[in-house]
Design a protein around this ligand. Structure first.
Ligand SMILES: [Zn+2]
Length: 465
């Protein structure tokens, strides 16, 4: 059974509701790149999938970066002269600039304004701001809140700590038949923002749950890391593991109503790039494929030139292009159960392609083999052959060792599942053999031996089993 087939047999509305509910559970937590917020988040993910936690001490050098101090926040407010909280962290954790140093002071409105951030063009929204690598403090508020502040003195409190501690990340490893890996990475460092962060977290967690316990070709590694510094820390501490990463995907911002955007890996022609583009083409929603650029999410680190890993980034609306981005309007109403479910479905379709792709060799390449005598053709003459038989003809014609099943699917315009099924049927009939995949050590399989005797030079071959 394919992953997509399994997904489609389920109740998609219910899956969407579950994903949204899970995002809602995680929403109130005040996350940052370090501290108890991300720990608590990883703890909740660990209740669903087995996570291995890593704690990297403050001051640890990770490539050109240094793990920062750990930040924790308990409360923050601005009180007016009457003692009333006019800005209250308990109402929204976006009110505090992430990584603000502790403050307890009384100051005039004009002095206070140096530290206030608003969005005049969206006067009811609170912006999301951070200051990870420069010690400062700030309060974010709705512009209308700011306009309502009368002249006078205000008491400011940011009850935070910024001290030596740890950076925390979590990973879930699901072993497959091959030690080659599919990496799924998502950042887990944003506070109460739904699309940017929680949509990716929710789908990645559900995907790991969905894959756990299955017989999988690849091993899967799910990373839940603080953005940038977390991915850099993981890469610095796991450099040798990166050689096993065959495909990778950063998941982020996949719960909003916008069209899908897939940003290709730096390589641009990696199998993951082709697989996602194929899955999008057959998914039935509008989508765009973007070339790699060195700005974005953690694909920047995985695709830095020293690593150049085959890792792309799946989004819906692209960061920074929609007004709700990094504001309080990126809330639980901004993400939708149906969009979350559809994003999950697209991931399942993509993984089916990766799991099932490979190269085959037609054992009967001189003219078409007679399918009828093998019961592989339609029974009567005259009628149209239909997709099933058409897929068999495509697979036979292009299984020359150079074309993968995904190449054949793209060239024929047929969905990968049809091509994959055709290859299975033809293989059972002896018309096709799988070519060996160097990484999977299938060279002792009977198929590989037969292929090797007929076609001595096999390059870049990938067998799906
Ligand atoms: Zn963000």
């Amino acid at each position: 059974m394919s992953l997509l087939g399994e997904f489609d047999r389920g109740d998609q509305a219910k899956i969407g509701e579950q994903l949204h509910r899970y995002a809602a559970e995680l929403f109130p937590i005040c996350r940052s790149i370090t501290g108890d917020g991300i720990r608590q988040t990883l703890g909740q993910i660990n209740q669903r999938i087995p996570l291995q936690f890593s704690e990297v001490p403050t001051g640890t050098e990770v490539f050109d970066w240094t793990v920062p101090k750990e930040w924790n926040i308990r409360d923050a407010y601005i009180k007016d002269a009457s003692g009333r909280r006019v800005v209250d962290f308990r109402r929204s954790n976006l009110h505090v600039v992430s990584y603000s140093v502790p403050v307890r002071a009384t100051m005039s409105l004009s002095e206070l304004k140096q530290h206030l951030f608003t969005l005049p063009e969206h006067p009811d929204w609170i912006p999301y701001r951070t200051s990870y690598y420069k010690e400062s403090w700030g309060i974010c508020l709705a512009h209308n809140q700011l306009l309502a502040l009368a002249d006078g003195d205000y008491e400011v409190c940011i009850d935070s700590t910024l001290a030596d501690g740890h950076l925390t990340y979590g990973e879930c490893y699901l072993p497959g038949r091959s030690e080659e890996e599919v990496l799924i990475s998502t950042h887990a460092c944003h506070p109460s923002l739904a699309n940017d962060n929680l949509s990716g977290l929710a789908v990645a967690t559900a995907l790991a749950e969905f894959l756990a316990g299955r017989d999988l070709r690849f091993s899967y590694r799910f990373l839940f890391v603080p953005g940038t510094i977390g991915a850099i820390a993981w890469l610095a501490r796991n450099r040798e593991k990166t050689q096993h990463i065959r495909h990778g995907l950063v998941l982020t911002g996949i719960g909003d109503a916008g069209a899908f955007h897939y940003k290709k890996s730096r390589r641009g022609d990696a199998e993951i790039d082709q697989a996602v583009a194929h899955a999008l083409r057959h998914h039935g929603e509008s989508s765009h494929v973007l070339d790699f650029s060195p700005y974005g999410y953690d694909e920047r680190q995985y695709c830095s030139p020293g690593f150049n890993l085959p890792v792309g980034c799946l989004m819906r609306s692209v960061w920074g292009t929609f007004p709700e981005y990094h504001t309080s309007a990126d809330n639980l109403d901004f993400i939708h159960p149906s969009q979350l479910a559809s994003s999950f479905r697209l991931c399942a379709a993509t993984l089916d392609v990766l799991e099932g792709n490979g190269r085959y060799q037609n054992q009967n390449p001189f003219c078409e083999p007679q399918l009828g005598k093998r019961n592989l053709y339609r029974s009567g003459g005259g009628e149209a052959i239909g997709e099933e038989i058409n897929a068999r003809l495509w697979v036979l014609n292009f299984s020359d060792g150079d074309h993968s099943l995904l190449d054949i699917a793209d060239r024929s315009g047929l969905p990968f599942a049809s091509i994959r099924n055709a290859a299975d049927v033809l293989r059972q009939s002896g018309l096709l053999v799988a070519l060996p995949d160097a990484s999977e050590q299938t060279s002792n399989s009977p198929d590989a031996k037969r292929a090797a005797t007929r076609r001595p030079r096999v390059t870049g071959a990938a067998a799906p089993d």
